[in-house]
Ligand binder design. Sequence first.
Ligand SMILES: [Fe+2]
Length: 134
Amino acid sequence: MGIEWRESLAIGVSEIDNQHKELLSRFDALLKACEGGKGLDELTKLLGFLDDYVVKHFSDEEGIQRLRHYPGYPDHKREHDSFVARLKALKQEIGTEGVALHHVMETNNLLLKWLINHISKVDVELGKFLKQAC
Ligand SMILES: [Fe+2]
């Protein structure tokens, strides 16, 4: 079972939509790797990728919100910060314990679920605001 970006997740800013596509395709690669028993290798790759990419993606999204005086900005930023904190905690744990299968499960259960929920609700809400405000 894989995941992929779909039109209902569009927020209407192509740069952000493309970043969401990239994020989801990277998580999809992890799901596919799990099916092939290569989850641990792929998790290391994914976490390395997320390090820089998520910071840039969140900061691009937050920049648009500040520019457009989006009223939901403080709550939205809090959600982003919580993802970054989860990611950091996971990486720290892997740093001490070494990468293990439960980290793959945690990534699929926590980070991926968070991401899909965030894009489909919080980001889509932002998209509605941006479209109305044009
Ligand atoms: Fe967001």
